[in-house]
Each structure stands twice: as C-alpha cells, then as structure tokens.
Ligand binder design. Structure first.
Ligand SMILES: Cc1ncc(COP(=O)(O)O)c(C=O)c1O
Length: 488
C-alpha cells in the first residue's frame, strides 16, 4: 500500500501523479540536451549579470511546481554555461559525461547512501572498493588502498598528507614546528597549481614547494631534481616528496616516470604521480606504455571526471601504503555507528561521503574496458589529425606528447607579450563565434594556443571546423610582425 504523507512532507515530496509528471519532464529535458547540444553555440552569450537578473524574480515565497522548476533550470543552463559536453569544446579536461554516469547521478541522489562507515552502506562501499582495486591493478599498483575524492585537488592533498605521515610522523602530533629541517616538496613548473593550495592548507607554506626546471620537452628534469634535493639536504632541509605529472594541464606532457622512480629510490623520498588526466590511458593496452613507471609510485591521482568522462566530481587517490594511509587519517569518535577498522572515513579527507564511485562503476560496466580503450585511442588519433591540419596551415606545434593536447603558435620568436595578446584575441574570436572553445597557455614563458580533444563525441568533422574557425580568426588578427611589415 502506498505510504501517506503529512501535509508538510508533500512540500518536499510531491504525490505520485505530480512526481510522474515532473520525472517525465526531467527525462525529456535530458534527452533534448543530448540531441541539441552539438547544435548550440559552445559558449552561449548570456552574461552573469543577465542571468542573475533572471534569477531575481525567485524570492521563494510562492512554490513553483516541480516540472516548472525543472524547465527553468534547464533554460538557465542552456543559455548560461560553456557547453563542455559539446563536441567542439576543445578545452580543459571537462568531458561530455557518459550516459551511464548521468543515470548513476540520479540513482545516487535518490538513494543517498552515506559512505562514512561500511555498516551504513555496505553495497556502496563494496562497489567503490571494487572499482578502486580494478583501477589500482590496471595501473600496476597491485593491492592498493585509496578512496574516491571530489577531484584531483583533494587527491593531491591526500598525497601530501600521506607523504608527511610517512616521512615526518612527528608533525601529526606536534605540528610542523616539530620537524627538524624544513620539509620540501619537489614539483616541476608544469605541475598543477593545486599543490600551491595544498602547501598552504597543510601549513607547509608556499616556499616548501621547490620548482624543478623542465627539459625543452617540458618534462620535469631528473638531473635538476637530483641536484636540488642533494643541495637542500646539505642545507639541512627535509626533502620528502617528489611530484611527477602524467598529462600536464597546459601541454599534456608525461614526465619521465621510470627515471624519476629510480631517483626516488636513490634519494629516499616518496613519489606521487599526478595522473589526473593522463592516467585514463591505463585502460588501453596500446597506450599503457606511455605511463611506464607509474606502477612504482607511492601514490597516484587519477580523475574519473577527466578522461574517463564521468560527470563531475570524481577523483581517485590510490597508494600501495595501506597502513600509512590509515594512520594518516585515523581518529576515533564514539558517536560513529559500529565503526570498523576499514571504514572509509578512517582513511580519507572526507567524513560524510557521497557515493562518487557509482558513476565510474556504471560507466565501466556499460562501456567495458574495450569500449574505453577504443575511445581513448580514437581521441589520440584525432589529436594527431588536428596537429597535421594545423601544420598544413602554417601553425607550429610547440608541445610534444602522444596525448591529444595540441599547443600551437605562428609566432614562435615573436615578442611574448604582443603574441600573447594576439593569441588571446584569436582564441576569443573562435570562442565568441560559438564555433568552438579553445584557450591560451604559457609554456616555458612563451604563449601558445591550446586545444584538447576533450569530448568523446568529437569527430574529424569537428577538428576540421576548429581549423576553419582558426583560419577566420587568423584572418582577423594577422601576426604582429606581418602587420608591422605592411605598415612599413
Ligand atoms: C594534472 C592535474 N592535476 C590536478 C588537477 C585538479 O583536478 P580537480 O580540478 O579535479 O580538482 C587538474 C585539473 O585540471 C590537473 O590537470
């Protein structure tokens, strides 16, 4: 028999008829989005101010029927976001979400399991552990421990906390003041900027981060790393962690992981590999060798909401050091029901936790490992095609990576300030036309345009459309020296 509700409860849970009407509207809205997004401008024109003005009419005095609320939110998002799920969004590791991942999001919201302790959600905790061990095995880490995180930044924070626990355990009780010598983390200048936040959050301070120079290929320079660690030790510092990146944010470059792992052994520090984006290629036997050496890491970040294309946020932290991970986060709280040694809250930053892993589990279940491998390999081929098209048009590719991030310029020797503003104008021209989304980055002090194959829906037709949009933008913004020549 259907359960009856108090009047107040109806405000939060409509009756069955009203629910069905709203649910049908919700499904129709999502279905329309899948169909129409490719035809929308990638970056719609509504400004923040216009959108805030549209919102001003809602003062929450009069209830709005749920189907109307669904429509309203759909309209706001249709007009007011960069459509990162557009096949011509060549952007910042924000993918088109998998269909299974979208379904998982709805299931998680409806069941709303609490994953702090295993006893509250054994099914959910078992599913997460199943996925985490699959990813750990696939990366070659063996029987690793770990957790789902909100994203790469939280996973990188976890890595630093774990390394502190392994190398400066005295700091957990007495704080960093107790450390003999200044703790040091080594990152390349191409590493993700979340490490700056991590240095501040952990109390290590920004200066604890040592910026290691890169080679001309924008990889962390192992020789420079060795020298810096040796010099710092000689000066009484406490080097404890090296961070390598597998798929840098700006240029998609993979550091020389095996060589850095050898150095880790020699120098007696920990090695964290930030594979937030590039780690996905472990699912393809053909691409896996790009990550050679990752299996020797002390910890790894891999974000499922990047190249595994699940909806945000879904980061993953993995480490073979299970005991140290547990001692990093262990606390006892007598109000926690039937706490067991392996409860997720005891080995991770979060306490209450959302069921992040379901969207990864369902996406892997539906696509299969082979489906992901085909997709990743397709994206790499499309990156190669884009490189070839751009070179035909006289662009110079300035990054070297087998992964589909393409950085390019036509003024390699121009004045960096002037070419940065011209390249920004070109990117802006492409973006404001609605044809595609690209950005500008700085690599070793020089500006470049950046396009990444981000959506699994991108095709050859889309990279050709990007090439054409760039032709139009370049015609409107000639290189600074040729404009100068014409004026002379
Ligand atoms: C290499 C790398 N690490 C970490 C992050 C941070 O990830 P998130 O934004 O999911 O916190 C990013 C984000 O782009 C990244 O590219």
């Amino acid at each position: 028999m259907a359960r009856s509700h108090s009047h107040d409860a109806h405000a939060l849970l409509p009756d069955a008829d009203a629910r069905r009407t709203a649910e049908a509207r919700l499904v129709a809205l999502i279905e329309r989005h899948w169909d129409e997004v490719a035809g929308l401008p990638v970056a719609p024109g509504a400004s923040y101010e216009e959108l805030a003005e549209r919102l001003a009419q809602f003062d929450f005095r009069e209830p709005v029927p749920p189907e109307r609320a669904i429509e309203l939110c759909g309209e706001l998002l249709r007009d007011g976001i960069v459509h990162t799920s557009h096949p011509r969004y060549f952007g910042l590791f924000n993918p088109t979400p998998t269909f299974a991942g979208v379904c998982a999001g709805a299931i998680v919201a409806a069941f709303n399991p609490q994953l702090a302790v295993t006893s509250h959600a054994p099914a959910a905790v078992a599913i997460e552990r199943h996925v985490l061990s699959f990813l750990a095995r696939t990366l070659g880490l063996g029987q690793a421990a770990g957790s789902f995180t909100s994203g790469g930044a939280e996973a990188n924070l976890t890595a630093v906390l774990l390394a502190l626990e392994r190398h400066l355990p005295e700091a957990a009780v007495d704080g960093l003041d107790a450390a003999r010598g200044r703790p040091r983390i080594y990152v390349s200048s191409e590493a993700h900027h979340s490490f700056i936040k991590v240095a501040r959050m952990t109390g290590l301070g920004h200066r604890a981060l040592r910026l290691v120079p890169t080679t001309p290929r924008l990889q962390l320079d192992p020789e420079a790393l060795r020298q810096q660690v040796v010099d710092d030790r000689a000066a009484g510092d406490r080097p404890f962690l090296v961070v390598a990146t597998a798929g840098t944010t700006a240029a998609g470059v993979v550091d020389r992981l095996a060589e850095i792992a050898d150095l880790r052994d020699e120098l007696g520090v920990d090695l964290h590999v930030d594979a937030a984006w590039g780690g996905a290629v472990c699912l393809s036997d053909r691409l896996r060798p790009i990550l050679a050496g990752i299996e020797r890491a002390d910890s790894v970040t891999i974000d499922a909401h990047k190249w595994l294309s699940v909806p945000m946020g879904a980061g993953v932290f993995l480490t073979p050091h299970r005991e140290a991970l547990e001692s990093t986060f262990r606390v006892t709280a007598d109000y926690i029901p039937s706490a067991s040694g392996s409860d997720p809250y005891l080995s991770s930053v979060q306490w209450s936790r959302r069921f992040i892993g379901l969207k990864v589990f369902m996406s892997l279940l539906v696509a299969g490992r082979a489906g992901y491998a085909r997709q990743l390999e397709h994206d790499c081929r499309l990156g190669d095609r884009l490189r070839a098209l751009l070179e035909e048009d006289g662009w110079l590719i300035v990054n070297r990576t087998p992964l589909p991030v393409v950085c390019f310029t036509d003024e390699p020797d121009g004045n960096p300030g002037r070419s940065a503003s011209r390249l920004r104008a070109i990117a802006e021209h492409v973006v404001s036309s609605g044809a595609a989304w690209i950005s500008v980055v700085e690599l070793a002090g020089r500006p470049a345009l950046r396009a990444c194959i981000t959506s699994y829906r991108s095709s050859e037709e889309d990279v050709i459309a990007l090439r054409d949009a760039l032709r139009r933008a370049r015609a409107a913004h000639e290189p600074t020296d040729s404009a100068q020549r014409r004026m002379a």
